[in-house]
Design a protein around this ligand. Structure first.
Ligand code: DQA
Length: 144
């Protein structure tokens, strides 16, 4: 089971960015947490972050035939990006949406998720554990 974990804009600022919402653990700690959690679930995780919408689109496209699942925190692009939605639909790789916070309990502009329109499941509001929930979800269902 090979999982591609993609993180969108500003997630590289974890630890510094709005700690009351996102906590004090850093992006490097998130990467390590995801890799360790995947290994414990019998999977391998490639973890990437980009501040660029097009780069995320390209990585989603390239996942076809390479990865069994994508775990995607598109960050702010969640709420704006038809291009990311279209990429998920185009490649047909099962995609799980994750968020550290719970966007549905925040500002109204975060309530719309384009990613949700194509995602198999969404895990949110549990900090790093949202990623662990997503990893266990995909690993539990086996390779596709
Ligand atoms: C986020 C929630 C988004 O609304 C926000 O723009 C982010 C992070 C989260 O993980 O809680 O950048 O995706």
């Amino acid at each position: 089971m090979k999982i591609l974990v993609l993180n969108g804009p500003n997630l590289n600022m974890l630890g510094v960015r709005e700690p009351a919402i996102y906590g004090r653990r850093t992006y490097a700690e998130l990467e390590a947490f995801v890799r360790e959690t995947a290994a414990a679930a019998g999977a391998s995780a490639e973890v990437r972050q980009s501040n660029h919408e097009g780069e995320l689109v390209t990585w989603i496209q390239q996942a076809r035939g390479e990865y069994d699942a994508i775990i995607l925190n598109a960050a702010a692009y969640t709420h704006t990006s038809v291009a990311i939605l279209d990429a998920i639909k185009a490649v047909g790789v099962r995609t799980i949406e994750v968020h550290l916070s719970d966007p549905s309990e925040r500002e109204p502009f975060r309530h719309l998720s384009y990613v949700s329109m194509a995602a198999e499941a969404t895990f949110k509001g549990r900090g790093f554990e949202s990623y662990a929930d997503a990893i266990r979800h995909v690993a539990g269902k086996g390779a596709c």
